[in-house]
Write a protein that binds this ligand. Sequence first.
Ligand code: GLC
Length: 534
Amino acid sequence: MAPSDPWWKEAVFYQIYPRSFADSDGDGVGDLAGIRARLPELAWLGVDALWISPFYPSPMVDFGYDISDYCDVDPQFGTLEDFDRLLHEAHALGLRVIIDWVPNHTSDRHPWFVDAVSGRASAHRNWYVWRDPTPEGSPPNNWVAAFDPSAPAWTFDEPSGQWYLHLFESAQPDLNWDEPAVVEAMHQVLRFWLDRGVDGFRADVVHCIGKDPGLPDDPGSVAGIPHCALNDVPVTHRRLREIRNLVDGYPGGRVMVGEVFLLSTRAVATYYGDGDELHLAFNFPPLFAPWQEGHWTECIERTVAALDPRAAWPTWVLSNHDNPRHRSRYDRAAAFLGEAEETTEARSEPRARAAAVLLLTLRGTPFLFQGEELGLLDASIPPDRQVDPGGRDGCRAPIPWNGRSDHGWPSVNGRQPWLPFPPESFRNHEDQRADATSMLHLYRRLIAVRRRAPALSRGGFDLLELPDGLLGFRRTMGDEVWVVVVNFTDHRIDHVRQPPVGDGWRLVVSSNGLGEGAPFDGTIGPDQAVVLTG
Ligand code: GLC
Protein backbone atom coordinates (compact mmCIF):
# COMPACT_ATOMS: atom_id res chain seq x y z
CA MET A 1 0.00 0.00 0.00
CA ALA A 2 1.34 3.44 -0.81
CA PRO A 3 2.29 5.11 2.50
CA SER A 4 -0.38 7.75 2.08
CA ASP A 5 -3.12 5.24 1.28
CA PRO A 6 -5.51 4.68 4.16
CA TRP A 7 -5.97 1.11 5.37
CA TRP A 8 -9.69 1.06 4.59
CA LYS A 9 -9.09 1.23 0.85
CA GLU A 10 -7.60 -2.26 0.85
CA ALA A 11 -9.50 -3.70 3.77
CA VAL A 12 -12.18 -6.37 3.55
CA PHE A 13 -14.93 -5.56 6.08
CA TYR A 14 -17.11 -8.16 7.77
CA GLN A 15 -20.43 -7.12 9.30
CA ILE A 16 -21.41 -8.74 12.58
CA TYR A 17 -25.03 -8.57 13.68
CA PRO A 18 -24.34 -9.35 17.33
CA ARG A 19 -27.69 -10.89 18.26
CA SER A 20 -27.15 -13.59 15.67
CA PHE A 21 -23.42 -14.15 15.49
CA ALA A 22 -22.39 -16.24 18.49
CA ASP A 23 -23.79 -16.74 21.98
CA SER A 24 -21.59 -17.32 25.02
CA ASP A 25 -24.19 -17.66 27.78
CA GLY A 26 -27.04 -19.74 26.38
CA ASP A 27 -29.74 -17.07 26.54
CA GLY A 28 -30.43 -17.46 22.82
CA VAL A 29 -29.06 -14.03 21.93
CA GLY A 30 -25.52 -13.54 20.62
CA ASP A 31 -23.18 -11.36 22.65
CA LEU A 32 -19.78 -9.67 22.74
CA ALA A 33 -18.09 -12.60 24.50
CA GLY A 34 -19.47 -14.82 21.74
CA ILE A 35 -17.87 -12.60 19.11
CA ARG A 36 -14.60 -12.61 21.01
CA ALA A 37 -14.54 -16.39 21.08
CA ARG A 38 -14.97 -16.49 17.30
CA LEU A 39 -12.29 -13.95 16.41
CA PRO A 40 -9.84 -16.71 15.42
CA GLU A 41 -12.33 -17.92 12.78
CA LEU A 42 -12.53 -14.41 11.35
CA ALA A 43 -8.75 -14.05 11.33
CA TRP A 44 -8.55 -17.43 9.56
CA LEU A 45 -11.00 -16.21 6.93
CA GLY A 46 -8.65 -13.30 6.37
CA VAL A 47 -10.93 -10.28 6.73
CA ASP A 48 -9.28 -7.06 7.90
CA ALA A 49 -12.01 -5.22 9.75
CA LEU A 50 -15.25 -5.91 11.60
CA TRP A 51 -18.30 -3.71 11.63
CA ILE A 52 -20.39 -4.56 14.67
CA SER A 53 -24.06 -3.55 14.53
CA PRO A 54 -25.48 -1.87 17.68
CA PHE A 55 -24.87 -3.47 21.07
CA TYR A 56 -25.88 -0.46 23.19
CA PRO A 57 -28.65 -0.38 25.80
CA SER A 58 -31.90 -0.50 23.91
CA PRO A 59 -35.54 -1.49 24.33
CA MET A 60 -34.92 -3.48 21.09
CA VAL A 61 -37.95 -2.22 19.22
CA ASP A 62 -35.60 -2.02 16.22
CA PHE A 63 -33.16 -4.54 17.70
CA GLY A 64 -30.59 -2.03 18.85
CA TYR A 65 -31.12 0.75 16.32
CA ASP A 66 -33.26 2.36 19.01
CA ILE A 67 -30.64 3.39 21.55
CA SER A 68 -31.31 4.48 25.09
CA ASP A 69 -27.65 5.05 26.04
CA TYR A 70 -24.96 5.62 23.42
CA CYS A 71 -22.06 5.07 25.79
CA ASP A 72 -22.70 1.68 27.33
CA VAL A 73 -23.40 -1.95 26.44
CA ASP A 74 -26.80 -3.62 26.75
CA PRO A 75 -26.63 -6.33 29.43
CA GLN A 76 -27.86 -8.86 26.84
CA PHE A 77 -24.61 -8.27 24.97
CA GLY A 78 -22.26 -7.87 27.94
CA THR A 79 -20.47 -4.96 29.54
CA LEU A 80 -18.10 -2.17 28.55
CA GLU A 81 -15.27 -4.34 29.84
CA ASP A 82 -16.38 -7.09 27.44
CA PHE A 83 -16.21 -4.55 24.65
CA ASP A 84 -12.73 -3.43 25.65
CA ARG A 85 -11.55 -7.02 25.72
CA LEU A 86 -13.09 -7.73 22.36
CA LEU A 87 -11.42 -4.67 20.86
CA HIS A 88 -8.08 -5.53 22.39
CA GLU A 89 -8.15 -9.13 21.19
CA ALA A 90 -9.33 -8.14 17.73
CA HIS A 91 -6.47 -5.67 17.44
CA ALA A 92 -4.02 -8.31 18.63
CA LEU A 93 -5.18 -10.49 15.73
CA GLY A 94 -4.77 -7.62 13.28
CA LEU A 95 -8.51 -7.02 12.97
CA ARG A 96 -9.81 -3.47 13.10
CA VAL A 97 -13.21 -2.76 14.58
CA ILE A 98 -15.78 -0.20 13.56
CA ILE A 99 -19.10 0.21 15.37
CA ASP A 100 -22.51 1.56 14.51
CA TRP A 101 -23.26 5.18 15.29
CA VAL A 102 -26.95 6.01 15.10
CA PRO A 103 -27.13 9.81 14.88
CA ASN A 104 -30.59 10.35 13.37
CA HIS A 105 -32.74 9.09 16.21
CA THR A 106 -32.69 7.75 19.74
CA SER A 107 -35.04 5.39 21.51
CA ASP A 108 -38.13 6.98 23.03
CA ARG A 109 -36.73 5.63 26.32
CA HIS A 110 -33.53 7.62 26.01
CA PRO A 111 -33.40 10.04 28.97
CA TRP A 112 -33.20 12.92 26.45
CA PHE A 113 -36.56 11.98 24.96
CA VAL A 114 -38.10 11.07 28.30
CA ASP A 115 -37.32 14.62 29.35
CA ALA A 116 -38.38 16.13 26.01
CA VAL A 117 -41.79 14.51 26.19
CA SER A 118 -42.32 15.67 29.76
CA GLY A 119 -43.45 19.11 28.63
CA ARG A 120 -42.93 21.95 26.22
CA ALA A 121 -40.61 23.76 28.61
CA SER A 122 -38.33 20.78 29.28
CA ALA A 123 -34.57 21.15 28.85
CA HIS A 124 -34.40 18.60 26.04
CA ARG A 125 -37.60 19.61 24.22
CA ASN A 126 -35.70 21.14 21.32
CA TRP A 127 -33.44 18.09 21.01
CA TYR A 128 -36.23 16.51 18.99
CA VAL A 129 -38.41 17.76 16.15
CA TRP A 130 -41.80 19.01 17.40
CA ARG A 131 -44.49 20.75 15.38
CA ASP A 132 -48.02 21.97 15.99
CA PRO A 133 -50.82 20.20 14.15
CA THR A 134 -52.16 21.68 10.94
CA PRO A 135 -55.44 23.60 11.32
CA GLU A 136 -57.21 20.32 10.43
CA GLY A 137 -55.34 18.60 13.24
CA SER A 138 -53.29 16.37 10.94
CA PRO A 139 -49.52 15.74 10.94
CA PRO A 140 -47.33 18.69 9.93
CA ASN A 141 -46.44 17.17 6.55
CA ASN A 142 -46.96 14.05 4.43
CA TRP A 143 -43.71 12.27 5.24
CA VAL A 144 -44.02 8.50 5.48
CA ALA A 145 -42.17 6.46 8.11
CA ALA A 146 -40.04 3.46 7.19
CA PHE A 147 -41.43 -0.09 7.38
CA ASP A 148 -45.09 0.84 6.77
CA PRO A 149 -46.05 2.93 3.73
CA SER A 150 -49.33 3.88 5.38
CA ALA A 151 -47.74 5.23 8.56
CA PRO A 152 -47.00 8.94 8.93
CA ALA A 153 -43.54 9.89 10.15
CA TRP A 154 -45.20 11.75 13.03
CA THR A 155 -46.75 10.77 16.34
CA PHE A 156 -49.09 13.00 18.27
CA ASP A 157 -48.22 13.69 21.88
CA GLU A 158 -51.58 14.32 23.54
CA PRO A 159 -50.37 16.07 26.71
CA SER A 160 -48.39 18.74 24.86
CA GLY A 161 -50.63 18.91 21.79
CA GLN A 162 -47.69 18.58 19.37
CA TRP A 163 -46.43 16.00 16.90
CA TYR A 164 -42.89 14.62 16.98
CA LEU A 165 -40.99 13.40 13.96
CA HIS A 166 -39.74 9.84 13.52
CA LEU A 167 -38.48 8.65 10.14
CA PHE A 168 -38.61 5.09 11.54
CA GLU A 169 -40.77 3.65 14.33
CA SER A 170 -42.59 5.99 16.70
CA ALA A 171 -40.25 4.54 19.35
CA GLN A 172 -37.34 6.11 17.40
CA PRO A 173 -37.83 9.90 17.60
CA ASP A 174 -35.60 11.93 15.29
CA LEU A 175 -32.98 14.11 16.92
CA ASN A 176 -32.99 17.78 15.98
CA TRP A 177 -29.53 18.47 14.58
CA ASP A 178 -30.40 22.17 14.29
CA GLU A 179 -29.99 22.27 18.06
CA PRO A 180 -26.28 22.86 18.85
CA ALA A 181 -26.49 20.83 22.06
CA VAL A 182 -27.49 17.77 19.99
CA VAL A 183 -24.52 18.21 17.70
CA GLU A 184 -22.20 18.46 20.68
CA ALA A 185 -23.75 15.46 22.42
CA MET A 186 -23.48 13.29 19.33
CA HIS A 187 -19.87 14.41 18.74
CA GLN A 188 -19.21 13.44 22.33
CA VAL A 189 -20.46 9.94 21.57
CA LEU A 190 -17.92 9.67 18.76
CA ARG A 191 -15.14 10.82 21.10
CA PHE A 192 -16.21 8.34 23.78
CA TRP A 193 -15.66 5.37 21.45
CA LEU A 194 -12.68 6.81 19.60
CA ASP A 195 -10.96 7.32 22.95
CA ARG A 196 -11.63 3.65 23.69
CA GLY A 197 -9.77 2.78 20.50
CA VAL A 198 -12.38 1.94 17.86
CA ASP A 199 -11.18 2.26 14.29
CA GLY A 200 -14.25 4.07 13.09
CA PHE A 201 -17.97 4.00 12.61
CA ARG A 202 -20.72 2.91 10.32
CA ALA A 203 -23.06 5.90 10.45
CA ASP A 204 -26.69 4.85 10.33
CA VAL A 205 -28.92 6.75 7.81
CA VAL A 206 -26.47 9.60 8.13
CA HIS A 207 -27.96 11.54 5.20
CA CYS A 208 -30.94 12.23 7.49
CA ILE A 209 -29.15 14.36 10.08
CA GLY A 210 -30.06 17.47 8.09
CA LYS A 211 -33.70 18.24 7.34
CA ASP A 212 -35.17 20.93 5.16
CA PRO A 213 -36.04 23.58 7.77
CA GLY A 214 -39.48 24.15 6.21
CA LEU A 215 -40.26 20.41 6.45
CA PRO A 216 -42.05 20.60 3.06
CA ASP A 217 -44.33 17.83 1.81
CA ASP A 218 -42.70 15.15 -0.32
CA PRO A 219 -43.97 15.37 -3.92
CA GLY A 220 -46.90 13.16 -4.84
CA SER A 221 -44.71 11.42 -7.43
CA VAL A 222 -42.89 9.62 -4.60
CA ALA A 223 -45.99 8.82 -2.55
CA GLY A 224 -45.49 5.82 -0.31
CA ILE A 225 -41.68 6.02 -0.33
CA PRO A 226 -40.36 6.46 3.21
CA HIS A 227 -38.97 9.92 3.70
CA CYS A 228 -35.66 8.46 4.91
CA ALA A 229 -34.96 7.34 1.34
CA LEU A 230 -35.61 10.85 -0.02
CA ASN A 231 -34.05 13.19 2.50
CA ASP A 232 -31.15 14.96 0.77
CA VAL A 233 -30.45 18.54 1.85
CA PRO A 234 -27.36 20.78 1.78
CA VAL A 235 -26.96 21.36 5.52
CA THR A 236 -26.03 17.70 6.06
CA HIS A 237 -22.81 18.24 4.13
CA ARG A 238 -21.60 20.92 6.55
CA ARG A 239 -22.40 18.59 9.45
CA LEU A 240 -20.46 15.79 7.82
CA ARG A 241 -17.42 18.01 7.33
CA GLU A 242 -17.43 18.77 11.06
CA ILE A 243 -17.72 15.07 11.84
CA ARG A 244 -14.91 14.28 9.42
CA ASN A 245 -12.69 16.82 11.14
CA LEU A 246 -13.38 15.27 14.49
CA VAL A 247 -12.68 11.73 13.30
CA ASP A 248 -9.54 12.71 11.36
CA GLY A 249 -8.24 14.40 14.49
CA TYR A 250 -7.57 10.96 15.95
CA PRO A 251 -4.38 9.09 15.05
CA GLY A 252 -4.24 5.85 13.10
CA GLY A 253 -6.65 6.64 10.28
CA ARG A 254 -10.15 6.16 11.71
CA VAL A 255 -12.93 5.73 9.19
CA MET A 256 -16.53 6.90 8.83
CA VAL A 257 -18.62 4.71 6.53
CA GLY A 258 -22.01 6.20 5.86
CA GLU A 259 -25.28 4.53 5.19
CA VAL A 260 -26.64 7.05 2.70
CA PHE A 261 -29.84 5.33 1.73
CA LEU A 262 -30.49 7.22 -1.48
CA LEU A 263 -30.69 4.96 -4.46
CA SER A 264 -29.08 7.35 -6.93
CA THR A 265 -25.36 6.60 -6.99
CA ARG A 266 -24.79 10.18 -8.12
CA ALA A 267 -26.59 11.54 -5.05
CA VAL A 268 -24.69 9.21 -2.73
CA ALA A 269 -21.40 10.35 -4.29
CA THR A 270 -21.98 13.90 -3.04
CA TYR A 271 -21.67 12.64 0.54
CA TYR A 272 -17.95 12.08 0.03
CA GLY A 273 -17.73 15.88 -0.45
CA ASP A 274 -14.35 16.92 -1.81
CA GLY A 275 -12.78 14.12 0.15
CA ASP A 276 -13.80 15.99 3.31
CA GLU A 277 -17.10 14.32 4.28
CA LEU A 278 -17.61 10.54 4.56
CA HIS A 279 -14.53 8.40 3.97
CA LEU A 280 -16.80 5.75 2.44
CA ALA A 281 -20.48 5.39 1.61
CA PHE A 282 -22.38 2.20 0.91
CA ASN A 283 -23.16 1.58 -2.72
CA PHE A 284 -26.55 -0.14 -2.54
CA PRO A 285 -27.69 -0.76 -6.14
CA PRO A 286 -25.64 -4.00 -6.39
CA LEU A 287 -27.45 -5.21 -3.29
CA PHE A 288 -30.73 -4.88 -5.15
CA ALA A 289 -29.48 -5.94 -8.57
CA PRO A 290 -30.79 -9.24 -9.92
CA TRP A 291 -28.14 -11.65 -11.13
CA GLN A 292 -28.11 -10.47 -14.72
CA GLU A 293 -25.15 -9.27 -16.69
CA GLY A 294 -26.87 -6.10 -17.91
CA HIS A 295 -27.87 -4.99 -14.42
CA TRP A 296 -24.40 -5.59 -13.03
CA THR A 297 -22.65 -3.83 -15.89
CA GLU A 298 -24.92 -0.87 -15.30
CA CYS A 299 -24.19 -0.80 -11.55
CA ILE A 300 -20.47 -0.86 -12.23
CA GLU A 301 -20.58 1.79 -14.97
CA ARG A 302 -22.70 4.08 -12.79
CA THR A 303 -20.33 3.69 -9.87
CA VAL A 304 -17.30 4.48 -12.01
CA ALA A 305 -19.03 7.48 -13.58
CA ALA A 306 -20.45 8.93 -10.35
CA LEU A 307 -17.47 8.70 -8.00
CA ASP A 308 -14.74 11.24 -8.55
CA PRO A 309 -11.56 9.15 -8.29
CA ARG A 310 -9.75 11.91 -6.38
CA ALA A 311 -12.33 12.19 -3.63
CA ALA A 312 -14.42 9.07 -3.50
CA TRP A 313 -13.45 5.44 -3.07
CA PRO A 314 -16.21 2.94 -4.00
CA THR A 315 -17.69 0.23 -1.80
CA TRP A 316 -19.42 -3.05 -2.72
CA VAL A 317 -21.99 -4.97 -0.76
CA LEU A 318 -24.18 -7.97 -1.61
CA SER A 319 -26.08 -8.48 1.64
CA ASN A 320 -26.69 -6.88 5.01
CA HIS A 321 -29.02 -7.14 8.00
CA ASP A 322 -31.79 -5.16 6.28
CA ASN A 323 -32.40 -7.14 3.13
CA PRO A 324 -32.91 -10.69 1.90
CA ARG A 325 -29.57 -12.44 1.52
CA HIS A 326 -28.21 -12.47 -2.01
CA ARG A 327 -28.38 -16.22 -2.33
CA SER A 328 -32.06 -16.06 -1.49
CA ARG A 329 -32.49 -13.23 -3.97
CA TYR A 330 -30.68 -15.13 -6.72
CA ASP A 331 -32.96 -18.07 -6.02
CA ARG A 332 -35.84 -15.89 -6.99
CA ALA A 333 -33.84 -14.16 -9.70
CA ALA A 334 -35.81 -11.61 -11.66
CA ALA A 335 -38.86 -12.04 -9.44
CA PHE A 336 -37.10 -9.88 -6.87
CA LEU A 337 -37.57 -6.87 -9.11
CA GLY A 338 -41.15 -7.74 -9.90
CA GLU A 339 -40.12 -9.07 -13.29
CA ALA A 340 -40.94 -12.50 -14.67
CA GLU A 341 -40.86 -15.36 -12.19
CA GLU A 342 -38.03 -17.78 -12.74
CA THR A 343 -37.08 -20.70 -10.54
CA THR A 344 -33.36 -21.07 -10.23
CA GLU A 345 -32.82 -22.95 -7.02
CA ALA A 346 -30.00 -25.07 -8.35
CA ARG A 347 -28.24 -22.01 -9.67
CA SER A 348 -28.31 -19.83 -6.58
CA GLU A 349 -25.17 -21.36 -5.08
CA PRO A 350 -23.00 -21.00 -8.20
CA ARG A 351 -24.36 -17.50 -8.67
CA ALA A 352 -23.56 -16.54 -5.09
CA ARG A 353 -20.05 -17.90 -5.62
CA ALA A 354 -19.62 -15.86 -8.77
CA ALA A 355 -20.94 -12.79 -6.93
CA ALA A 356 -18.29 -13.31 -4.26
CA VAL A 357 -15.66 -13.09 -7.00
CA LEU A 358 -17.11 -9.74 -8.10
CA LEU A 359 -17.40 -8.44 -4.55
CA LEU A 360 -13.76 -9.16 -3.82
CA THR A 361 -12.17 -8.07 -7.09
CA LEU A 362 -14.06 -4.93 -8.13
CA ARG A 363 -12.29 -1.65 -7.44
CA GLY A 364 -13.38 -0.56 -3.99
CA THR A 365 -13.86 -1.74 -0.44
CA PRO A 366 -15.99 -4.88 0.00
CA PHE A 367 -18.37 -5.41 2.92
CA LEU A 368 -19.37 -8.99 3.75
CA PHE A 369 -22.40 -9.76 5.87
CA GLN A 370 -21.94 -12.57 8.39
CA GLY A 371 -22.92 -15.92 6.93
CA GLU A 372 -22.60 -15.04 3.26
CA GLU A 373 -19.24 -16.79 3.34
CA LEU A 374 -21.23 -19.93 4.16
CA GLY A 375 -23.68 -19.28 1.33
CA LEU A 376 -26.57 -19.04 3.76
CA LEU A 377 -30.14 -18.63 2.63
CA ASP A 378 -32.63 -16.59 4.65
CA ALA A 379 -34.39 -18.57 7.35
CA SER A 380 -38.06 -19.06 6.90
CA ILE A 381 -39.72 -17.58 9.96
CA PRO A 382 -43.08 -18.94 11.10
CA PRO A 383 -45.57 -16.17 11.87
CA ASP A 384 -45.41 -16.74 15.61
CA ARG A 385 -41.65 -16.12 15.60
CA GLN A 386 -41.61 -12.97 13.50
CA VAL A 387 -40.26 -10.12 15.57
CA ASP A 388 -38.90 -7.36 13.33
CA PRO A 389 -41.21 -4.43 12.50
CA GLY A 390 -39.48 -4.21 9.10
CA GLY A 391 -39.94 -7.91 8.19
CA ARG A 392 -36.17 -8.48 8.07
CA ASP A 393 -35.90 -11.53 10.34
CA GLY A 394 -34.94 -14.01 7.61
CA CYS A 395 -31.47 -12.61 6.92
CA ARG A 396 -30.83 -12.19 10.65
CA ALA A 397 -31.04 -15.90 11.50
CA PRO A 398 -28.30 -17.18 13.83
CA ILE A 399 -25.02 -18.37 12.31
CA PRO A 400 -24.72 -22.16 12.35
CA TRP A 401 -21.24 -22.87 13.71
CA ASN A 402 -21.49 -26.63 13.34
CA GLY A 403 -23.82 -29.36 12.10
CA ARG A 404 -24.92 -30.61 15.51
CA SER A 405 -28.41 -29.98 16.78
CA ASP A 406 -27.59 -26.74 18.63
CA HIS A 407 -25.31 -25.47 15.82
CA GLY A 408 -22.85 -24.26 18.44
CA TRP A 409 -25.46 -22.14 20.25
CA PRO A 410 -25.41 -23.23 23.89
CA SER A 411 -28.82 -23.51 25.44
CA VAL A 412 -29.77 -22.92 29.04
CA ASN A 413 -33.09 -24.44 30.14
CA GLY A 414 -33.81 -25.55 26.59
CA ARG A 415 -33.90 -21.98 25.36
CA GLN A 416 -33.87 -21.64 21.56
CA PRO A 417 -31.98 -18.90 19.75
CA TRP A 418 -34.08 -15.77 19.26
CA LEU A 419 -34.72 -16.71 15.61
CA PRO A 420 -34.78 -20.07 13.82
CA PHE A 421 -31.64 -21.24 12.00
CA PRO A 422 -31.33 -20.97 8.23
CA PRO A 423 -32.22 -24.06 6.17
CA GLU A 424 -29.55 -26.52 4.91
CA SER A 425 -27.81 -27.46 8.15
CA PHE A 426 -24.79 -28.73 6.21
CA ARG A 427 -24.01 -25.07 5.61
CA ASN A 428 -22.21 -24.48 8.85
CA HIS A 429 -18.77 -23.15 9.64
CA GLU A 430 -17.19 -26.34 10.94
CA ASP A 431 -18.18 -28.59 8.05
CA GLN A 432 -17.30 -26.01 5.43
CA ARG A 433 -13.96 -25.43 7.01
CA ALA A 434 -13.19 -29.12 6.61
CA ASP A 435 -14.19 -29.04 2.94
CA ALA A 436 -11.77 -27.29 0.59
CA THR A 437 -14.45 -27.05 -2.09
CA SER A 438 -16.85 -25.06 0.13
CA MET A 439 -18.05 -21.49 -0.27
CA LEU A 440 -16.15 -20.63 2.90
CA HIS A 441 -12.88 -21.70 1.31
CA LEU A 442 -13.71 -19.78 -1.85
CA TYR A 443 -14.08 -16.58 0.19
CA ARG A 444 -10.83 -17.34 1.95
CA ARG A 445 -8.94 -17.91 -1.31
CA LEU A 446 -10.34 -14.72 -2.81
CA ILE A 447 -9.38 -12.67 0.22
CA ALA A 448 -5.90 -14.20 0.21
CA VAL A 449 -5.32 -13.47 -3.49
CA ARG A 450 -6.54 -9.93 -2.98
CA ARG A 451 -4.02 -9.46 -0.23
CA ARG A 452 -1.17 -10.93 -2.33
CA ALA A 453 -2.04 -8.90 -5.41
CA PRO A 454 -2.61 -5.23 -4.63
CA ALA A 455 -3.71 -4.74 -8.26
CA LEU A 456 -6.95 -6.45 -7.25
CA SER A 457 -7.71 -3.93 -4.56
CA ARG A 458 -5.97 -0.69 -5.44
CA GLY A 459 -5.16 -1.24 -9.10
CA GLY A 460 -6.57 0.46 -12.18
CA PHE A 461 -9.90 -0.78 -13.45
CA ASP A 462 -11.51 -1.04 -16.84
CA LEU A 463 -14.39 -3.05 -18.20
CA LEU A 464 -13.67 -5.38 -21.13
CA GLU A 465 -15.76 -5.79 -24.27
CA LEU A 466 -16.92 -9.40 -24.12
CA PRO A 467 -19.58 -11.55 -25.77
CA ASP A 468 -23.14 -11.25 -24.43
CA GLY A 469 -23.72 -12.77 -21.01
CA LEU A 470 -20.12 -12.26 -19.91
CA LEU A 471 -18.93 -9.45 -17.69
CA GLY A 472 -15.21 -8.90 -17.43
CA PHE A 473 -12.73 -6.35 -16.26
CA ARG A 474 -9.03 -5.77 -16.03
CA ARG A 475 -7.15 -4.73 -12.88
CA THR A 476 -3.66 -3.35 -13.34
CA MET A 477 -0.79 -2.10 -11.27
CA GLY A 478 2.62 -1.53 -12.84
CA ASP A 479 3.14 -4.51 -15.10
CA GLU A 480 0.86 -6.71 -13.05
CA VAL A 481 -2.35 -7.44 -14.99
CA TRP A 482 -5.35 -9.42 -13.76
CA VAL A 483 -8.58 -10.19 -15.53
CA VAL A 484 -11.86 -11.25 -13.94
CA VAL A 485 -14.61 -12.76 -16.08
CA VAL A 486 -18.08 -13.79 -14.96
CA ASN A 487 -20.40 -15.96 -17.03
CA PHE A 488 -23.98 -15.00 -16.17
CA THR A 489 -25.51 -17.51 -18.58
CA ASP A 490 -26.63 -21.10 -18.07
CA HIS A 491 -24.26 -22.43 -20.75
CA ARG A 492 -20.56 -22.83 -21.22
CA ILE A 493 -18.77 -20.15 -23.23
CA ASP A 494 -15.60 -21.11 -25.10
CA HIS A 495 -12.76 -19.08 -26.53
CA VAL A 496 -12.74 -16.33 -23.94
CA ARG A 497 -9.30 -15.40 -25.00
CA GLN A 498 -9.30 -11.92 -26.30
CA PRO A 499 -6.52 -9.56 -25.17
CA PRO A 500 -5.17 -9.04 -22.67
CA VAL A 501 -5.83 -12.71 -21.91
CA GLY A 502 -3.38 -14.72 -23.98
CA ASP A 503 -1.09 -17.73 -23.97
CA GLY A 504 0.50 -18.44 -20.67
CA TRP A 505 -2.36 -16.98 -18.63
CA ARG A 506 -3.23 -18.85 -15.48
CA LEU A 507 -6.52 -19.40 -13.71
CA VAL A 508 -5.83 -18.32 -10.13
CA VAL A 509 -9.28 -18.51 -8.54
CA SER A 510 -12.34 -20.17 -9.96
CA SER A 511 -15.74 -19.78 -8.33
CA ASN A 512 -16.37 -23.53 -8.60
CA GLY A 513 -12.79 -24.38 -7.71
CA LEU A 514 -12.14 -26.17 -11.01
CA GLY A 515 -8.89 -25.63 -12.87
CA GLU A 516 -7.25 -23.40 -10.29
CA GLY A 517 -3.51 -23.09 -10.80
CA ALA A 518 -3.73 -24.47 -14.36
CA PRO A 519 -3.23 -22.58 -17.62
CA PHE A 520 -6.49 -20.91 -18.63
CA ASP A 521 -8.04 -22.82 -21.52
CA GLY A 522 -10.43 -20.08 -22.56
CA THR A 523 -13.56 -21.83 -21.31
CA ILE A 524 -15.98 -20.52 -18.69
CA GLY A 525 -18.76 -22.75 -17.42
CA PRO A 526 -22.33 -21.68 -16.67
CA ASP A 527 -22.55 -19.33 -13.67
CA GLN A 528 -18.78 -19.50 -13.27
CA ALA A 529 -16.42 -16.64 -12.46
CA VAL A 530 -12.66 -16.77 -12.94
CA VAL A 531 -9.74 -14.68 -11.75
CA LEU A 532 -6.86 -14.80 -14.23
CA THR A 533 -3.39 -13.40 -14.49
CA GLY A 534 -0.70 -13.40 -17.17
C1 GLC B 1 -30.68 1.62 9.14
C2 GLC B 1 -30.36 0.27 9.74
C3 GLC B 1 -31.65 -0.45 10.00
C4 GLC B 1 -32.46 0.36 10.97
C5 GLC B 1 -32.65 1.78 10.49
C6 GLC B 1 -33.11 2.67 11.59
O1 GLC B 1 -31.27 1.52 7.90
O2 GLC B 1 -29.51 -0.44 8.87
O3 GLC B 1 -31.44 -1.74 10.50
O4 GLC B 1 -33.71 -0.23 11.15
O5 GLC B 1 -31.45 2.35 10.02
O6 GLC B 1 -32.07 2.89 12.50
